[in-house]
Design a protein around this ligand. Sequence first.
Ligand SMILES: Nc1nc2c(c(=O)[nH]1)N[C@H]1C(S)=C(S)[C@@H](COP(=O)(O)O)O[C@H]1N2
Ligand SMILES: [Mo]
Length: 199
Amino acid sequence: MGIVSPGFQGRPRSAAPALPPGQYLTPDFPVLSAGPTPRVPTDGWEFVVTAEDGTERRWTWAELMALPQETPTVDIHCVTRWSKLGTSWQGVSLDTLLAGVDTTARYALVHSYGGYTTNLPLADLRDGRAWVAHGYDGRPLAAEHGGPARLLVPHLYFWKSAKWVRGIRLLADDRPGFWETAGYHDYGDPWREQRYQGD
Ligand SMILES: Nc1nc2c(c(=O)[nH]1)N[C@H]1C(S)=C(S)[C@@H](COP(=O)(O)O)O[C@H]1N2
Ligand SMILES: [Mo]
């Protein structure tokens, strides 16, 4: 008999797939950094959005904390194949940060303290899909995970979630970041397994 009843299978087959193709589940929270962990004090910290015409919007740490805060619970997927489900964050939506920014740019290049960069379409930072996150699991975000604040864009592979985020440049033309220049996929959708250029 080729048919197995759901009762013998554990999970019912109707459950939505939680893991993108080629990923495995980890209960840990691995640390992946291309270089040393920069120590970024919140004194003097700022987050800058630079529009394509050079116009800047800046937020100090106190100003970021005074904005509406959200607590997204999301699944994260690293291109090195680990996924972690149901991670809980605190931060400010990019919708909030971009609300007062006048732009027709289609691309964004994200910059970090320490020099890391990553690119994505500006649309992917909108519609409740991206945050500047400063809390994890009810605590301030640890430095090795990008504290004091990191970008969180969980619908793309986790290399797009720049740790120690410092600013975002809005661009008319796409420009690759650190890993994208090294051969990683320009967009990085885990559900379409867009790991490397050509995927
Ligand atoms: N600034 C910076 N951000 C970064 C990285 C990095 O090396 N530097 N690594 C990226 C990669 S490849 C991954 S998988 C995640 C890892 O985040 P974690 O160390 O909190 O797990 O951060 C991303 N953001
Ligand atoms: Mo990664």
